[in-house]
Write a protein of this length. Sequence first.
Length: 766
Amino acid sequence: MTIHDLRTRHGDASDGSADQVGGRLSRVDGPAKITGAAKYAVEQQLEGLAHAVLVESTVAAGKVRAIDTAAAEGAPGVLLVLTPDTIPPLKTASDWFGTPPPDVPYCPLARDIAFSGQHVAAVVAESFEQAVAAAALVKVSYDEAPAVADLSDPKAGDGIPIDMMTKEWGEAEAAFASAPVRICAAYNTPREYQAPMEPHGLIAAWQGDRLTVWEPSQWLDGMARTYAEWFAIPFENVRLVSPYIGGGFGSKALALSHGAVAASAAKMLGRPVRLVMSRPQTFTGYGGRAATRQTVTLGADRDGKIQSIVHRGVNETSMGGMWVEPLGSVTSVMYATPNFSSKQNVVRVNSVVPGAMRAPGENPSAFGIESAIDELAYVVGIDPLEIRLRNYAEQDPHARKAWSTRQLREAFAAGAEAFGWARRSPAPRSMRDGNQLIGWGVAAGTYPVRRAYGEALVRILADGTVEVESSSIDMGQGTYTILAQTAAETLGVPADNVVVKLGDSRFARAGVTGGSRLAGIMTGAVHKAAGAALDQLVGLAISDPRSPFHALQANTLVVAGGRVSSPRGDGPEVSIAELLASVGADQIEAKGDTMPANSTAEDRYKAYTTIATPLTHTDGDYSRHSWCAHFIEVRVDEDFGTVRVSRVVSALDSGRLYNPKLAESQWKGGIIMGIGQALLEEGIVDRRHGRIVNNNLADYLVPTNADIPDIQTISVGIPDPHSSALGGKGVGELAIVGVAPAVANAVFHATGKRVRDLPITLEKLI
Ligand code: MCN
Ligand code: MOS
C-alpha cells in the first residue's frame, strides 16, 4: 500500500464540501502518521551516520574548571569528544528580529555556566549506545557560584522594568483609591513545559560547503538563516527538511545550540551526525513558559462596573537572555475601563532562557484578569457572566480602535445556553453530588490575529493532479489538509487529487509558524497561486488553437470536479488531463504570495527569515483578535480535595473556519492543555542546585484521557475580511487562553476557596 492509497477522505460522509474551504476533510497526513509511513527528522537512514550525545552542566552557576575526556576518548566506538576547547568557533548569528549580530565567535558549548542543564561537552560515536556510555565517562569539574534558583529566591530582587510593556491611560491609581469597591490579589503561574511527543533532535550532513539538516522545525527559513550565519555560508547553501513534526507548541521555532553541536561534529567528521535529546534534556534544551507573578487591582462601583485596573507583572528570564512574557496583553483589551495601568518587570534567574509556549503572554495574563473579575463578581454579588457583560469592551480600550469582529457576546450567550449556566446556584459550596462539591466557573480568552507573509507554488500536472509546495509546516495543526482544500476549491478539483508538500526549505518560502498565523497566511498564498494557475489553464484552453474549447470563442470556462466545460454548457467537457494533452502542455505552474507587490528580494528575505513583521494586529482602522468563553464544571472531593474537571463547554470566535473538524480538534487540544495547566503542570525547582527535578513525563504531569471529560466546542465566528484573505482568524492558541481561570473560578464556586497559584493541587484546597 502506498501513502496515497492510505489517504481517505472520510470527513462527514454526508458533507460533500470536503473539497472546499470550510469542509470537514479529515487530516490528509493522518494515515501516514498512524501507519508509521511518515518519516520524522531523526528517522532518516543515512550512510555512515554517527551519533552525538550531550553532556550537560550539573551546576546552575559558575565556571567549568576542567573537562577530563580521556576515559571517554578511549571508550569503544568513540569518534570525537567535543568541549569548548575542541569545537571550532562559529560566528554569532542574528536574533529572530534579524538584528545584525556582533562580530564575536559563538561557542555552543559553555565554559561560563548560567543554568543547570547547559551543554558543556558532547560525545560522538559509531552507535547511540556507545555515545551514551562514553558521555557518562566525561568528567567535568566546576568552580560553582551561588545561583538564583527562581523568582522566590531572596537574591532575585524586583528585576528589571521593561518600559515598552507599560500601558497606561486615565488616572488608574487615583481612580482605584476613590473606587467604592476595591479588590487586589496576586496570581502566580509556575514554569511550564511544551513537552511535545517528539523530543528535540536532528541529523546534520555536509556536502562540501552545503549543509542539510533534518530537524523538526516550526520555521525552516528562520532556522536555515541561523545555521548559515553560524557557519558563514550563504543562506541558499542550507537546506532544512521537516515534513513531519511530533508537536512543537512553540519549542521548535529556533535553531538551538544542540543543532550547532551536531552540525559542527558532522563537519569535523565528514559524516552525517544524529543528535537526539533525552526527555530530561528537552526541559533545558529550550525554555518552557516562564514562571510569572501578577498583582491585579480592580476598582469598581457597586454595580460591578470597573473604574480602574492597576496591573503589575513579573516573569522569569535567564541570566544572559531576555524573555518577556507579556502579562498585560489580555488585561488591557478584555474589559472597558476609563483608567488603566499595566507595568512589567523581568527577573534574572539561573535557568535556560524561557521560551514560547502556546499563547505566551495571553495565557498567564488571562489567569490574572479572569480570576480577578470573578473575585469582583463575588464581592459585589453579581453573576460572573453578568459582570463580564456589564464591562464589555465595545472597542479596543487600549488601541481605541473598532474590533474587526468580536463575537464574544455571542460566545457568552451560546456557551451559557449549552452549559445550562442559568441553573447555577450562586453561592459557593451550594451545589453538590454526595461528597463531591460541584462548581461552575466561566472565563473568557483572546488571542491577537498576527499577520505576516508566505508564498506557495501550485503545479497542475499532466495527469490533472495538483501539487502545492511551501516551506511552511504541519506540526499537527492541519496545514496539509487546509491547503489541499484551498487548492481544490480554487482550482475546482477534488481534494484527493491535491498533494501538498511542506517542510522543505527549498520550497516557496514562509515565515515562522508561531502566533497562530500560518493558516491565515498560507490559505491566502495558496488561494492566490492556485488562482494564477487556474487563469493559465483557462487561458490556454481558450486561446490555444489545439484546445477543444478554441472554437467556442468563450471568455471564461468552468472547472469543477477536475473537469473543464463552458459556463453555458455548450461545447465539450474534458478532464484537466485531456485538456493539457490536447494543447501539449506538461504542466502548469504558478506562484502566489501575500507580500506587497513591490517587495524587493531583500524585503522577502527579511519577511521569511525574521519576525520583524510590519503587520501588527492593530494596523489601520481595526483591532483584530480571536475570542472565546469557557464554561467549566469541576467536582471536588470534599474529603480529599481532589479536583476533576467534569464538563467543558467553550464557545469560540476564530472568524471563518477553514476546516471546522480540525479547528475543533485544535480548540480541544488547547482546552486539554489548559486543564493540565490548571491542575497538574509545574516545573519544580530544587533550590539547592537550581535544577528542574521533575524533568520527565512521569513526574511532570500532563493530562491523560482519564483526566479529560467530553468537551463541547461551539463556533460563533463570522468571516473577518480584515484578518486574512479568506476571513479566518487564529485558532491554534486561542482555546488555551482562559481555561485555567475558568477552572480556578469553578473550584472557588465548589469550595469557597480561591486558589491563586497554579496548579490547583489538593494541598492548596485543604
Ligand atoms: N484553522 C481553521 N480555521 C481558521 C484557522 C485555523 O480551521 N480560521 C485550523 C486549521 O486546521 C489550521 C489550524 O487550525 O491548520 C491552526 O491554524 P492557526 O491558528 O493559523 O495556527 P498555526 O497554523 O500558525 O499553528 C501554530 C499554532 C501554535 S502557535 C501553537 S503553539 C500550536 C498550535 O498551533 N502548537 C501545536 N497548535 C498545535 N497543534 C498541534 N497538534 N501541535 C502543536 O505543537
Ligand atoms: Mo506558538 S507558542 O506561537 O509556536
